[in-house]
Design a protein around this ligand. Structure first.
Ligand code: ZN
Ligand code: ZN
Length: 335
Protein backbone atom coordinates (compact mmCIF):
# COMPACT_ATOMS: atom_id res chain seq x y z
CA UNK A 1 0.00 0.00 0.00
CA UNK A 2 1.29 3.43 -0.94
CA UNK A 3 1.89 6.37 1.31
CA UNK A 4 0.70 9.96 0.93
CA UNK A 5 1.53 13.33 2.42
CA UNK A 6 -1.09 14.89 4.68
CA UNK A 7 -1.47 17.64 7.24
CA UNK A 8 -3.02 16.25 10.42
CA UNK A 9 -4.44 17.74 13.58
CA UNK A 10 -3.47 15.58 16.55
CA UNK A 11 -4.45 17.99 19.35
CA UNK A 12 -6.51 21.14 19.40
CA UNK A 13 -4.60 24.35 20.11
CA UNK A 14 -4.65 28.04 19.12
CA UNK A 15 -3.77 28.30 15.44
CA UNK A 16 -0.74 30.48 16.29
CA UNK A 17 0.78 27.46 18.04
CA UNK A 18 0.77 25.48 14.76
CA UNK A 19 -1.40 22.52 15.80
CA UNK A 20 -1.06 20.95 12.34
CA UNK A 21 1.68 18.47 11.56
CA UNK A 22 2.80 17.24 8.15
CA UNK A 23 3.03 13.45 8.12
CA UNK A 24 2.98 10.43 5.84
CA UNK A 25 -0.26 8.46 6.00
CA UNK A 26 -1.28 5.24 4.33
CA UNK A 27 -3.16 5.99 1.15
CA UNK A 28 -6.87 5.33 1.77
CA UNK A 29 -8.47 2.52 -0.25
CA UNK A 30 -11.99 3.08 -1.58
CA UNK A 31 -14.49 0.68 -0.01
CA UNK A 32 -17.76 -0.46 -1.54
CA UNK A 33 -19.54 2.49 -3.16
CA UNK A 34 -16.61 4.80 -2.48
CA UNK A 35 -14.29 6.70 -4.77
CA UNK A 36 -10.71 7.77 -4.14
CA UNK A 37 -9.85 11.29 -5.22
CA UNK A 38 -6.44 12.69 -6.12
CA UNK A 39 -6.90 16.05 -4.45
CA UNK A 40 -5.83 18.95 -6.68
CA UNK A 41 -6.89 21.84 -4.45
CA UNK A 42 -8.65 22.38 -1.13
CA UNK A 43 -9.93 25.68 0.21
CA UNK A 44 -9.42 26.83 3.80
CA UNK A 45 -12.61 27.57 5.73
CA UNK A 46 -13.10 29.28 9.07
CA UNK A 47 -14.70 26.05 10.26
CA UNK A 48 -11.27 24.37 9.88
CA UNK A 49 -9.93 26.92 12.33
CA UNK A 50 -12.85 26.39 14.73
CA UNK A 51 -12.08 22.65 14.74
CA UNK A 52 -8.31 23.16 15.09
CA UNK A 53 -8.71 25.58 17.99
CA UNK A 54 -11.37 23.62 19.88
CA UNK A 55 -14.45 25.79 19.32
CA UNK A 56 -15.91 22.57 17.90
CA UNK A 57 -15.14 19.21 19.57
CA UNK A 58 -12.47 16.92 18.11
CA UNK A 59 -14.24 13.79 16.83
CA UNK A 60 -11.22 11.81 15.65
CA UNK A 61 -7.47 12.05 16.01
CA UNK A 62 -5.34 12.39 14.04
CA UNK A 63 -7.67 14.27 11.70
CA UNK A 64 -7.12 15.66 8.22
CA UNK A 65 -9.06 18.96 7.98
CA UNK A 66 -10.46 20.51 4.80
CA UNK A 67 -13.90 20.35 3.16
CA UNK A 68 -13.55 22.48 0.03
CA UNK A 69 -12.11 19.60 -1.98
CA UNK A 70 -11.69 19.41 -5.74
CA UNK A 71 -9.72 16.86 -7.70
CA UNK A 72 -9.83 13.92 -10.04
CA UNK A 73 -11.23 10.46 -9.41
CA UNK A 74 -8.25 8.15 -9.01
CA UNK A 75 -9.79 4.78 -8.19
CA UNK A 76 -13.34 3.50 -7.70
CA UNK A 77 -14.53 0.88 -5.22
CA UNK A 78 -16.83 -2.03 -5.90
CA UNK A 79 -20.34 -1.11 -7.03
CA UNK A 80 -19.54 2.50 -8.02
CA UNK A 81 -21.72 3.65 -10.91
CA UNK A 82 -21.64 7.46 -10.97
CA UNK A 83 -17.90 8.02 -11.46
CA UNK A 84 -14.95 6.60 -13.32
CA UNK A 85 -11.24 7.32 -12.93
CA UNK A 86 -10.07 10.56 -14.54
CA UNK A 87 -13.21 12.69 -14.07
CA UNK A 88 -13.31 15.95 -12.13
CA UNK A 89 -15.05 15.76 -8.77
CA UNK A 90 -15.74 17.86 -5.69
CA UNK A 91 -16.46 17.08 -2.03
CA UNK A 92 -18.15 19.47 0.39
CA UNK A 93 -19.02 19.62 4.10
CA UNK A 94 -21.82 17.01 4.15
CA UNK A 95 -20.04 13.64 3.95
CA UNK A 96 -22.87 11.26 4.89
CA UNK A 97 -26.45 11.26 6.15
CA UNK A 98 -28.56 8.34 7.39
CA UNK A 99 -31.21 8.52 4.68
CA UNK A 100 -33.94 7.20 6.98
CA UNK A 101 -34.63 9.78 9.71
CA UNK A 102 -37.52 12.22 9.36
CA UNK A 103 -35.15 15.00 8.29
CA UNK A 104 -33.52 12.91 5.55
CA UNK A 105 -36.92 11.70 4.34
CA UNK A 106 -38.25 15.25 4.06
CA UNK A 107 -35.36 16.72 2.05
CA UNK A 108 -33.59 18.14 5.08
CA UNK A 109 -30.55 15.88 5.29
CA UNK A 110 -28.54 18.92 6.43
CA UNK A 111 -30.37 18.48 9.77
CA UNK A 112 -29.80 14.69 10.01
CA UNK A 113 -28.70 13.87 13.60
CA UNK A 114 -26.50 11.06 12.18
CA UNK A 115 -24.90 13.27 9.51
CA UNK A 116 -21.13 13.16 9.20
CA UNK A 117 -18.97 15.99 7.99
CA UNK A 118 -15.85 16.12 5.84
CA UNK A 119 -12.68 17.10 7.67
CA UNK A 120 -14.39 16.68 11.06
CA UNK A 121 -15.93 13.18 11.40
CA UNK A 122 -13.81 11.80 8.58
CA UNK A 123 -10.53 12.83 6.96
CA UNK A 124 -10.77 15.78 4.59
CA UNK A 125 -8.79 17.38 1.81
CA UNK A 126 -5.47 18.64 3.14
CA UNK A 127 -3.85 15.46 1.85
CA UNK A 128 -2.84 14.05 -1.52
CA UNK A 129 -5.78 11.63 -1.55
CA UNK A 130 -9.17 11.29 0.10
CA UNK A 131 -12.08 8.86 -0.17
CA UNK A 132 -15.82 9.55 -0.12
CA UNK A 133 -19.00 7.65 -0.91
CA UNK A 134 -19.97 8.33 -4.53
CA UNK A 135 -23.41 9.54 -3.42
CA UNK A 136 -21.80 12.45 -1.56
CA UNK A 137 -19.41 13.56 -4.32
CA UNK A 138 -20.28 16.19 -6.92
CA UNK A 139 -19.37 15.75 -10.59
CA UNK A 140 -17.69 18.95 -11.84
CA UNK A 141 -17.92 20.36 -15.35
CA UNK A 142 -14.90 21.47 -17.38
CA UNK A 143 -15.67 25.17 -17.56
CA UNK A 144 -14.29 26.45 -14.24
CA UNK A 145 -10.73 26.05 -12.91
CA UNK A 146 -10.02 23.89 -9.88
CA UNK A 147 -8.90 27.00 -7.98
CA UNK A 148 -12.18 28.79 -8.70
CA UNK A 149 -14.19 25.68 -7.85
CA UNK A 150 -12.56 24.96 -4.45
CA UNK A 151 -14.19 27.88 -2.58
CA UNK A 152 -17.47 27.10 -4.26
CA UNK A 153 -17.56 23.80 -2.37
CA UNK A 154 -18.23 25.56 0.97
CA UNK A 155 -18.92 29.31 0.72
CA UNK A 156 -20.59 28.77 -2.65
CA UNK A 157 -22.94 25.96 -1.64
CA UNK A 158 -23.61 27.45 1.82
CA UNK A 159 -24.34 30.81 0.20
CA UNK A 160 -26.78 29.13 -2.14
CA UNK A 161 -28.56 27.56 0.83
CA UNK A 162 -28.73 30.99 2.53
CA UNK A 163 -30.27 32.33 -0.66
CA UNK A 164 -32.88 29.55 -0.73
CA UNK A 165 -33.70 30.11 2.95
CA UNK A 166 -34.20 33.83 2.31
CA UNK A 167 -37.20 33.04 0.11
CA UNK A 168 -36.65 36.03 -2.21
CA UNK A 169 -38.28 36.01 -5.63
CA UNK A 170 -37.46 37.68 -8.94
CA UNK A 171 -37.72 41.46 -8.80
CA UNK A 172 -37.26 41.58 -5.00
CA UNK A 173 -34.41 43.01 -2.94
CA UNK A 174 -31.99 40.92 -0.88
CA UNK A 175 -29.68 42.57 1.68
CA UNK A 176 -26.21 41.11 2.35
CA UNK A 177 -24.59 42.17 5.64
CA UNK A 178 -20.86 41.50 5.45
CA UNK A 179 -19.13 40.73 2.19
CA UNK A 180 -16.76 37.76 2.19
CA UNK A 181 -16.59 34.81 -0.21
CA UNK A 182 -20.03 33.46 0.80
CA UNK A 183 -21.78 36.79 0.20
CA UNK A 184 -20.03 37.21 -3.15
CA UNK A 185 -21.59 33.95 -4.34
CA UNK A 186 -25.03 34.90 -2.98
CA UNK A 187 -24.79 38.15 -4.93
CA UNK A 188 -24.08 36.20 -8.13
CA UNK A 189 -26.95 33.78 -7.44
CA UNK A 190 -29.29 36.73 -6.82
CA UNK A 191 -28.35 38.39 -10.09
CA UNK A 192 -28.68 35.12 -12.02
CA UNK A 193 -32.23 34.93 -10.67
CA UNK A 194 -33.24 38.54 -11.27
CA UNK A 195 -33.01 39.60 -7.60
CA UNK A 196 -31.43 42.90 -6.57
CA UNK A 197 -28.63 42.76 -3.98
CA UNK A 198 -27.82 45.50 -1.45
CA UNK A 199 -24.46 45.06 0.29
CA UNK A 200 -23.72 46.56 3.71
CA UNK A 201 -20.13 46.23 4.92
CA UNK A 202 -17.76 48.34 6.97
CA UNK A 203 -14.61 47.35 5.04
CA UNK A 204 -13.62 49.68 2.18
CA UNK A 205 -11.93 46.80 0.34
CA UNK A 206 -15.07 44.67 0.59
CA UNK A 207 -17.27 47.59 -0.51
CA UNK A 208 -15.03 47.94 -3.55
CA UNK A 209 -15.23 44.18 -4.23
CA UNK A 210 -19.04 44.35 -4.05
CA UNK A 211 -19.11 47.27 -6.50
CA UNK A 212 -16.91 45.32 -8.89
CA UNK A 213 -19.50 42.53 -8.75
CA UNK A 214 -22.16 45.13 -9.63
CA UNK A 215 -24.10 45.05 -6.38
CA UNK A 216 -27.24 47.16 -6.78
CA UNK A 217 -26.35 49.31 -3.79
CA UNK A 218 -23.28 49.32 -1.52
CA UNK A 219 -22.89 51.13 1.78
CA UNK A 220 -21.61 51.04 5.33
CA UNK A 221 -23.50 50.18 8.51
CA UNK A 222 -24.25 53.85 9.17
CA UNK A 223 -25.75 54.60 5.74
CA UNK A 224 -29.49 54.57 5.20
CA UNK A 225 -30.75 52.12 2.60
CA UNK A 226 -32.46 53.40 -0.56
CA UNK A 227 -35.36 50.98 -0.08
CA UNK A 228 -36.77 48.36 2.31
CA UNK A 229 -35.48 44.83 1.67
CA UNK A 230 -37.62 41.73 1.09
CA UNK A 231 -35.05 39.52 2.81
CA UNK A 232 -31.54 39.80 4.23
CA UNK A 233 -28.62 37.58 5.24
CA UNK A 234 -26.20 38.38 8.07
CA UNK A 235 -22.72 36.83 7.64
CA UNK A 236 -20.63 38.07 10.63
CA UNK A 237 -21.49 36.63 14.08
CA UNK A 238 -22.82 40.01 15.26
CA UNK A 239 -26.08 39.57 17.13
CA UNK A 240 -26.37 43.34 17.57
CA UNK A 241 -27.07 43.63 13.83
CA UNK A 242 -30.23 41.54 14.01
CA UNK A 243 -32.72 44.15 15.18
CA UNK A 244 -31.25 46.84 12.90
CA UNK A 245 -31.65 44.59 9.88
CA UNK A 246 -35.17 43.50 10.86
CA UNK A 247 -36.11 47.18 11.03
CA UNK A 248 -35.14 47.52 7.35
CA UNK A 249 -37.15 44.52 6.13
CA UNK A 250 -40.46 44.67 4.35
CA UNK A 251 -43.43 43.14 6.14
CA UNK A 252 -43.26 39.35 5.77
CA UNK A 253 -39.50 39.64 5.22
CA UNK A 254 -37.11 36.93 6.25
CA UNK A 255 -33.72 37.32 7.93
CA UNK A 256 -31.19 34.49 7.51
CA UNK A 257 -28.34 34.13 10.01
CA UNK A 258 -25.38 32.43 8.35
CA UNK A 259 -22.83 32.07 11.25
CA UNK A 260 -22.32 28.96 13.36
CA UNK A 261 -22.09 31.09 16.52
CA UNK A 262 -23.55 34.52 17.26
CA UNK A 263 -23.18 37.16 19.96
CA UNK A 264 -26.39 37.75 21.99
CA UNK A 265 -29.47 38.87 20.10
CA UNK A 266 -32.02 41.22 21.61
CA UNK A 267 -35.14 42.54 19.98
CA UNK A 268 -36.26 45.48 22.08
CA UNK A 269 -39.02 46.80 19.86
CA UNK A 270 -41.67 44.28 18.82
CA UNK A 271 -42.55 46.46 15.82
CA UNK A 272 -39.27 45.39 14.21
CA UNK A 273 -40.30 41.73 14.02
CA UNK A 274 -44.08 42.15 13.86
CA UNK A 275 -45.89 41.79 10.51
CA UNK A 276 -44.66 38.25 10.03
CA UNK A 277 -40.99 39.08 9.77
CA UNK A 278 -39.00 35.97 10.67
CA UNK A 279 -35.48 34.86 11.53
CA UNK A 280 -33.95 31.56 10.44
CA UNK A 281 -30.42 30.24 10.97
CA UNK A 282 -28.38 28.24 8.45
CA UNK A 283 -27.15 24.78 9.40
CA UNK A 284 -24.93 22.76 7.05
CA UNK A 285 -25.81 22.01 3.44
CA UNK A 286 -27.74 19.36 1.52
CA UNK A 287 -26.73 17.60 -1.68
CA UNK A 288 -29.53 19.41 -3.49
CA UNK A 289 -27.89 22.74 -2.59
CA UNK A 290 -24.61 21.51 -4.07
CA UNK A 291 -26.07 20.14 -7.29
CA UNK A 292 -28.18 23.24 -7.96
CA UNK A 293 -25.44 25.71 -7.06
CA UNK A 294 -22.70 24.01 -9.09
CA UNK A 295 -24.98 23.82 -12.15
CA UNK A 296 -25.81 27.50 -11.87
CA UNK A 297 -22.17 28.47 -11.22
CA UNK A 298 -21.00 26.61 -14.30
CA UNK A 299 -23.81 27.85 -16.53
CA UNK A 300 -23.53 31.49 -15.46
CA UNK A 301 -19.71 31.41 -15.13
CA UNK A 302 -19.60 32.56 -11.52
CA UNK A 303 -16.42 34.28 -10.39
CA UNK A 304 -14.47 33.29 -7.29
CA UNK A 305 -12.19 35.58 -5.32
CA UNK A 306 -9.25 33.58 -4.00
CA UNK A 307 -5.54 33.49 -3.27
CA UNK A 308 -3.62 30.29 -3.98
CA UNK A 309 -0.90 28.87 -1.72
CA UNK A 310 1.33 25.77 -1.74
CA UNK A 311 0.75 22.62 0.29
CA UNK A 312 3.58 23.44 2.71
CA UNK A 313 2.09 26.88 3.43
CA UNK A 314 -1.06 25.55 5.16
CA UNK A 315 -0.17 26.39 8.83
CA UNK A 316 0.84 29.93 7.84
CA UNK A 317 -2.28 30.32 5.67
CA UNK A 318 -4.56 29.30 8.55
CA UNK A 319 -3.08 32.11 10.64
CA UNK A 320 -3.65 34.55 7.78
CA UNK A 321 -7.25 33.37 7.35
CA UNK A 322 -7.90 33.79 11.06
CA UNK A 323 -6.47 37.31 10.95
CA UNK A 324 -8.56 38.18 7.87
CA UNK A 325 -5.42 38.76 5.78
CA UNK A 326 -6.43 36.75 2.71
CA UNK A 327 -8.16 38.47 -0.22
CA UNK A 328 -11.17 36.25 -0.72
CA UNK A 329 -10.89 32.53 -0.05
CA UNK A 330 -7.53 30.83 0.61
CA UNK A 331 -6.95 27.85 -1.68
CA UNK A 332 -4.24 25.26 -1.04
CA UNK A 333 -2.82 23.77 -4.23
CA UNK A 334 -1.94 20.15 -3.52
CA UNK A 335 -0.85 18.66 -6.82
ZN1 ZN B 1 -16.69 25.54 5.36
ZN1 ZN C 1 -30.95 11.23 8.59
Amino acid sequence: MGMMKAWVLAHQAPIGMNPLEKVNLEMPEPGRGEIRIKVVACGVCRTDIHIAEGDLPLKKSPLVLGHEIVGVVDKVGEGVTRFRPGVRVGVAWLNAACGTCKFCRSGRENLCPEARFTGWDVNGGFAEYTVVHEDFAFPLGDKLSFEALAPMMCPGIAGYRCYRLSGVAEGEILGLYGYGPTASYVLQVAHAKGVKAFVVTRSEANQQAAREMEADWVGGPGDSLPDKMDAAIIFPPAGNLVEKVLANLQRGGRLVLSPVTMTPITIADYNHIWMERSIISLANISRRDGVEFLHLAERAGFKSRFETFGFDDLPEVMIRVKDGKVKGNAVIWID
